[in-house]
Design a protein around this ligand. Structure first.
Ligand SMILES: NC(=O)c1ccc[n+]([C@@H]2O[C@H](COP(=O)([O-])OP(=O)(O)OC[C@H]3O[C@@H](n4cnc5c(N)ncnc54)[C@H](O)[C@@H]3O)[C@@H](O)[C@H]2O)c1
Length: 258
């Protein structure tokens, strides 16, 4: 019997990186998983490779109307929603002095607005299902700030605080819904490759020197295992907590490494 057998989960940003790895592990542990992303081609490929317990639905997390439609589709098809992984995110490499309003809005629309919409409508669906678990993908940048990715760190800080407010709200109202935030350090995904390229450009350095911002990169599965734990009933007394996954980087190198 899998660790999340019988549960119905949605994972946003599941066409790549941490979302893909989380969806794969949730299916392996017995969940039925709805993978969503704006990247339809890759999202479908991932879902198809996972068999009958995975389905892809195209979804832009910035759009509240699409959230309402996706959750309704999930309830119509599966009759319940137990797990919500708000994972979709984007990064723009720019400090506060070089962040345009457009970049600020783009990062916050995907990260902050997307997570808010997911939680708001996910809670309604989970209440109908008797409870559930919300897992919000924040970052080390959401704890200590990170000057090179100013808008991103602000968005991840908002996600961290939002998660705690939601956890307490749900506990006070006895919804049986938990909410936790996950804070990875450098994990080898397309986003981190893009960050290294961007950091090399803005610091006028090489990609090799920018890569040294991370002493060691983790693997997407290192985060996916945490997602499965938080999705499962093993974490039934865990809510409002934050989980750093960084192999000590934030201690030994400081949360603000640059
Ligand atoms: N990789 C790391 O080291 C790291 C560290 C800390 C936090 N995170 C967070 O983990 C999450 C996943 O990151 P990743 O490294 O796997 O990145 P990634 O770029 O590999 O994957 C992100 C996915 O989100 C999707 N996406 C982007 N905009 C979207 C939108 N508007 N609606 C729906 N989907 C959208 C992309 O198409 C992509 O498939 C992000 O929230 C990121 O901020 C990653």
């Amino acid at each position: 019997m899998g660790r999340v057998a019988g549960k119905v989960a949605i994972v946003t940003g599941a066409a790549s990186g941490l979302g893909e790895a989380s969806a794969r592990l949730l299916v392996r542990e017995g969940a039925r998983v709805v993978l969503t992303d704006i990247n339809e081609t890759r999202g479908k490929e991932v879902a198809d490779s996972l068999g009958e317990n995975a389905v892809f639905m195209k979804h832009d997390v910035r759009d509240e109307g699409q959230w309402i439609a996706i959750i309704n589709r999930i309830l119509a098809r599966f009759g319940r929603l137990d797990v919500l992984v708000n994972n979709a995110g984007v990064v723009v490499v720019a400090d506060v002095e070089h962040t345009s309003l457009e970049d600020w809005r783009f990062v916050n629309e995907v990260g902050t607005d997307g997570t808010f919409f997911g939680c708001k409508h996910g809670i309604a669906a989970m209440r109908k299902s008797g409870g559930g678990s919300i897992i919000n993908m924040s970052s080390l940048a959401g704890i200590g700030g990170y000057p090179l990715v100013f808008a991103y760190a602000a968005s991840k800080g908002a996600i961290r605080a939002m998660s705690k407010s939601i956890a307490v709200h749900c506990a006070q109202n006895r919804y049986n819904i938990r909410c936790n935030s996950v804070h990875p350090g450098g994990i080898a995904t397309p986003m981190v490759q893009g960050f290294i390229k961007g950091a090399a450009t803005v610091t006028s350095g090489t990609e090799e020197s920018a890569a040294k911002l991370f002493s060691k990169l983790g693997e997407p599965e290192d985060v996916a295992h945490m997602v499965v734990y938080l999705a499962s009933d093993e974490s039934k007394f865990v809510s409002g907590a934050e989980f750093v996954i960084d192999n000590t980087a934030s201690i030994t190198e400081g949360v603000v490494p640059y």
